[in-house]
Design a protein around this ligand. Structure first.
Ligand code: OAD
Length: 228
């Protein structure tokens, strides 16, 4: 089976009702990004950051995976499929994708501030955290999110997947946040690369751009990849 590697951003979850970050109605329009999503912002005002992620979690419980998430699961019938996602939502998991690598962390997880290896999954309805939340060892917790100014621990395995890809697909990302945006550069020469986004950012000419929303674009991609 050929190895299909799909790199997804906020745009794939847009049709589920999850806001993107940099579109006109995006999250960073309403919240200063360096206040709620940076290491220095968390040090400055941890209560605000807890509140921000509590709201994101509550919202995530109200949405469902869409046809684009499900389409990637369908592609597992034809390809050895891996999803690398910048998204912190769990919609790929809920759609049923088998191999998912989160680059920027996971909204429904928290971790100890003393030992980052202690990661806990929140179970609804207990999804709110605060500066007073402690784990079972009595240590404070923080969102299991990769903040700006922090390293991206999963970038190594993600680069390896990009290097091994026989087909590489990018969906719904503005390609402005690094190192995620650089993954395409690790794809071997001659490997087909597709980019699905209704408002695509500039990409090299070897990339086939499918300028459609994710649900329609993934249906289109399935036609292209399974026609022969
Ligand atoms: P952005 O908000 O930067 O970009 C969203 C992309 O989705 C844009 O290119 C849109 O054109 C596209 N889009 C909008 N509607 C779409 C649809 N229906 N189908 C497909 N695409 C659509 O989001 P990301 O590139 O994912 O990090 O942002 C990267 C990172 O920046 C995020 O992971 C987040 C943020 O700061 C953290 O919070 C750590």
């Amino acid at each position: 089976m050929k190895k299909l590697v799909v790199s997804t951003g906020a745009g794939i979850s847009k049709e589920s009702g999850v806001s993107t970050f940099r579109d006109a109605d995006g999250l960073w329009e309403n919240y200063p990004v360096m206040d709620v999503a940076s290491a220095s912002g968390f040090r400055r005002n941890p209560a605000l950051v807890h509140k921000f992620y509590n709201e994101r979690r509550k919202q995530l419980l109200t949405v469902e995976p869409n046809a684009a998430h499900r389409g990637l699961v369908e592609l597992e019938k034809y390809f050895d499929t891996y999803v690398i996602t910048q998204n912190v939502d769990d919609l790929h998991e809920r759609a049923g994708s088998k191999n998912i690598l989160h680059l920027h962390g996971e909204l429904m997880k928290i971790r100890s501030m003393r030992d980052e290896r202690r990661v806990y999954t929140l179970t609804p309805p207990d999804i709110e955290t605060s500066i007073d939340t402690r784990d079972k060892y009595g240590d404070r917790v923080r969102p299991h999110i990769v903040f700006f100014e922090e390293a991206v621990p999963n970038i190594g395995p993600a680069i390896k997947l990009a290097e091994q890809a026989d087909i590489f697909v990018v969906i719904g990302t503005s390609l402005v946040v690094y190192p995620a945006a650089s993954l395409m550069n690790y794809v071997r020469r001659g490997v087909p690369v597709y980019y699905i986004d209704p408002n695509p950012s500039p990409v090299p000419s070897y990339v086939t751009v499918i300028a459609e929303p994710a649900t329609k674009g993934v249906a289109h991609l399935i036609d292209i990849l399974t026609k022969d």
